[in-house]
Structure formats: structure tokens, C-alpha cells
Write a protein that binds this ligand. Structure first.
Ligand code: AMP
Length: 218
């Protein structure tokens, strides 16, 4: 199954991508995670991406499209994948289509997580990430068993620089200006399905599973 999770930051795409990835044994490919790893390791891509990410701006299309093209060719993605946070512009969507055509594959569904602004803000400001394995937590909604420590690997939890209040506002604006047009783009192609991003983790997963069954993907 090949899926795109589309929606504003804080819509729960990453959390659902991790759950679906685990259950269906297909990789969740998060361009944000890959870029954060690149920044951490000071790789050439990381050095280029860092300043955009800190401001909540989009990293140039050629960089992210290249990352995704390389990643979806890897062995573990050959039978399916979930793209989380990519594409984020029409140009990225066109580049993705070119790449998929080259591999003679197609996206089965684009799932749009429609999310209200207060939910986005509360999710992002309370979000905590594991420094080691990138697992997502939330101080209220998904607290770790021990405060500040990852349940999965024992790594230290931290707040992303771009989850601070001013940057959150900018990321929402960037989403509205540069990414929201993808909703119509995929609607016209007939592959868009909508889920409420305001649901909690378990409810959202139930709705997604029902959707996959209805589409005969499960
Ligand atoms: P995310 O973890 O998806 O919220 O992404 C964090 C940051 O990484 C974004 O604010 C952008 O700076 C950058 N980023 C992630 N994915 C993309 C993308 N598809 N296009 C451009 N920039 C991206």
C-alpha cells in the first residue's frame, strides 16, 4: 500500500504514520525526520536545510524531492510506504509523480487530515520528540511513562525549536500558502480521502483502518 499523509503541522500525521507503519509493516517516510537527522549529522543537506527549518520555512523542492526519490527506491519501500510531510508544494507533487512513473508505481490514497487551528497549536506546543529514535509524545495527550524519557528506547525527549509559539504560527501560514493547494490537486485526481485530524490517536486509527478496508487495500 502506498499512501500520502497530507495536512497541517500538528494534524497527527506522524503519529498515525508510525502506527500504520507498525501494523502494516511498511516504512513511514517523514521528510521532516530525514532532514532533522541530516541537520544533526551536519551533512551537506543538513547544512543547507537548517536555517529554513528553524524559521518554519520550506526547504527547497529539489532537496526534498531528491531525498524522497532516493528513499522510495530502497528495498524496504518496494512493497509500500507512507509519505508523511511530503509533498508540500505542487512542484514537489509533480516531481513525485515523475519518480513514481519511472518506477511504474502509483499512490493508492492521499489522506488529508483536516484539523482545527486550536488543536494544531495545542498539539505542537505540547509535542516532545525522542532525540534517539524520533518517537512522538505529547505532555498531556501521549505522555511517556517516565517524564522526559522515551518509552521505546530510553532516549531523552526534547521540544523541537520549530515547535515554539512564533514558529508554529509561521508554519501554519506556510502550510496555508504553499501546501493547502495540494488538497484540490489530489481531489481532482480522485485519490483524496479526508479524515478528521482532531480525533485522538486510537479513534483516528480506527477510521483509517475502516477506510483502507472500504478501498479494498486491506
Ligand atoms: P515536519 O517534521 O514535517 O513538521 O517538518 C519540519 C520542517 O522540515 C518543515 O517545517 C520544513 O522546514 C522541513 N520540511 C519537511 N518536509 C518538507 C517538505 N516536503 N518540503 C519542504 N520542507 C520540508
Amino acid at each position: 500500500m502506498r499512501l500520502i499523509f497530507l495536512g497541517p503541522p500538528g494534524a497527527g500525521k506522524g503519529t498515525q504514520a508510525a502506527v500504520v507503519s507498525d501494523k502494516l509493516k511498511i516504512p513511514a517516510i517523514s521528510t521532516g525526520d530525514i532532514l532533522r537527522e541530516s541537520v544533526k549529522s551536519n551533512s551537506p543537506i543538513g547544512l543547507k536545510a537548517k536555517s529554513y527549518m528553524e524559521k518554519g520555512e520550506l526547504v527547497p523542492d529539489e532537496i526534498v524531492a531528491g531525498i524522497v526519490a532516493d528513499r522510495i527506491k530502497k528495498g524496504d519501500a518496494l512493497c509500500g510506504f507512507i509519505l508523511d510531510g511530503f509533498p508540500r508544494t505542487i512542484n514537489q507533487a509533480d516531481k513525485l509523480k515523475e519518480q513514481l512513473d519511472k518506477q511504474s508505481i502509483k499512490i493508492d490514497l492521499v489522506i488529508y487530515f483536516e484539523t482545527s487551528e486550536p488543536v494544531i497549536i495545542s498539539r505542537l506546543s505540547g509535542r516532545r520528540i525522542c532525540k534517539n529514535c524520533s518517537a512522538n509524545y505529547h505532555v498531556k495527550n501521549i505522555p511517556p511513562k517516565v517524564q522526559g524519557v522515551c518509552d521505546k528506547c530510553g532516549g531523552e525527549l526534547y521540544q523541537r525549536v520549530d515547535d515554539k509559539e512564533n514558529t508554529i504560527k509561521n508554519r501554519i501560514e506556510v502550510y496555508k500558502k504553499q501546501t493547502a493547494s495540494l488538497i484540490d490537486y489530489y481531489k481532482q485526481k480522485g485519490s483524496l480521502r479526508t479524515i478528521s485530524g482532531d480525533l485522538d490517536v486510537k479513534e483516528a486509527y480506527k477510521v483509517l483502518t475502516a477506510m483502507f478496508k472500504k478501498e479494498k487495500l486491506l
